[in-house]
Design a binder for this molecule. Structure first.
Ligand code: ZN
Length: 387
């Protein structure tokens, strides 16, 4: 790429990011804050308007004609996110700002070909309905994903190196990118989380679902490691005799102590309720019970929070991030669990280490769907941050 193009691309991303973060904003304010020439800003804004990325909105009048301000153009669906979970899959559209517009969900089939057929059907309907506005599809998967080589391994379904991205892309004619669910959610926090999280440069997202996964962000970039295999802290050894086995059959791993399944197993041993399989819907029931002051449910969640805290303390010792973000459905139980996590971290972290904030995800109950959408959206803003 020619150097002048590179600089223009960077300026374009800087301006697009300013509009995203500060909208509604005027051209003059962008020029003032970025120290770019007013004419450069105007030229790039015209390009962004022509590409359908930004639009003009009327500002507040202070007497004369109301000023024309800039906003992200969010009317259209531009991305499709496919969030493949162990229990259910969500296919959804969003606008440029990451707002979910429409979503469809179905039980995740165990057979890979059935999964692809289902995704193609739902994504195809959304693409047709939105005419030509969809620009790409992002997929988050509960397993090891190497976005570069396309290699993947999903232990729950024993899918290994199945051609998810290739088959979907061939079927719908759009670019498809995929990522591990926790990494994708970390990317979503980085780009679409609340400002207090977006300003953090080093953080670890702990995704608590059927298993426990982590997404590591260093200096504003997701750290993937060799072959995309970084972040498997869910399988670090925490102790012995966990209430359930991890995805690989061990009762010593963090996820065996701190996953949704472990909380449900604790609840079952404390009470007679909730028989049968420990699926996600039942975990929602457990949270409802705990928020409604059911003693056994509260105890089960608080014990799970203790083990979450043990693992978080280990991450802090090893990596000293600015923040640890807890994500997934368990965030709804934050009033019940946050103290237990923080107290455990404080009690088990050796003194002298910098203090790490422990916060709940701001992405809502489906951070991995936001992650899937971010795979498409973040590339539009690219890796230029506002300081
Ligand atoms: Zn394990």
């Amino acid at each position: 790429m020619a150097r002048s193009n590179t600089i223009r691309d960077i300026n374009r991303q800087i301006i697009l990011n300013y509009v995203r973060e500060r909208a509604p904003i005027s051209r003059a304010d962008i020029a003032h804050e970025t120290a770019l020439q007013r004419s450069t800003v105007s030229l790039i804004v015209e390009e962004l308007k022509a590409d359908g990325l930004v639009e003009e909105v009327s500002g507040e009048s202070t007497g004369g004609r109301p000023p024309l301000l800039l906003s992200l153009r969010t009317a259209d669906a531009v991305a499709i996110g496919v969030d493949v979970g162990t229990a259910r899959t969500i296919v959804a559209t969003s606008d440029l700002a990451g707002r979910v517009l429409e979503s469809e969900r179905f039980d995740t089939p165990r057979d890979f070909n059935d999964l692809i057929a289902n995704i193609v059907k739902h994504a195809g309907q959304l693409i047709t309905k939105n005419k030509n506005t969809i620009e790409g599809i992002g997929i988050s998967l509960p397993g090891l994903v190497d976005p570069e080589s396309g290699k993947l391994y999903v232990p729950h379904f024993k899918w290994r190196d199945v051609p998810v991205a290739e088959e979907l892309s061939a079927a719908v004619g759009l670019p498809v990118s995929m990522e591990n669910d926790a990494n994708a959610a970390a990317l979503a926090e980085l780009w679409f989380g609340r400002p207090e999280i977006r300003e953090v440069r080093d953080f670890i997202l702990v995704l608590v679902e059927e298993g426990v996964g982590t997404g590591i962000v260093f200096d504003g970039q997701v750290y993937r490691g060799e072959g995309g295999a970084a972040g498997e802290f869910g399988h670090m050894t925490i102790g012995r005799g966990a209430p359930v086995a991890c995805a690989s059959g061990s009762r010593e791993c963090w996820e065996a102590f701190a996953s949704e399944r472990s909380a449900l197993a604790r609840y079952r041993s404390l009470s007679n309720g909730l028989n049968g399989d420990a699926d996600a819907a039942r975990f929602g029931d457990l949270i409802d019970l705990a928020l409604g002051s059911d003693g056994a449910a509260r105890t089960a969640l608080k014990e799970t929070a203790y083990y979450l805290g043990i693992g978080v303390a280990n991450l802090i010792r090893g990596l000293a991030p600015e923040a640890v973000i807890v994500g997934g459905p368990i965030v709804r139980a934050w009033p019940v669990i946050s103290e237990d996590i923080r107290n455990t971290v404080e009690a088990t972290t050796c003194r002298g280490l910098p203090s790490t904030r422990i916060i709940a995800s701001t992405l809502g109950p489906e951070p991995t769907l936001m992650g899937a959408l971010s795979l498409v959206l973040a590339s539009k803003f690219a890796s230029v941050s506002i300081t």
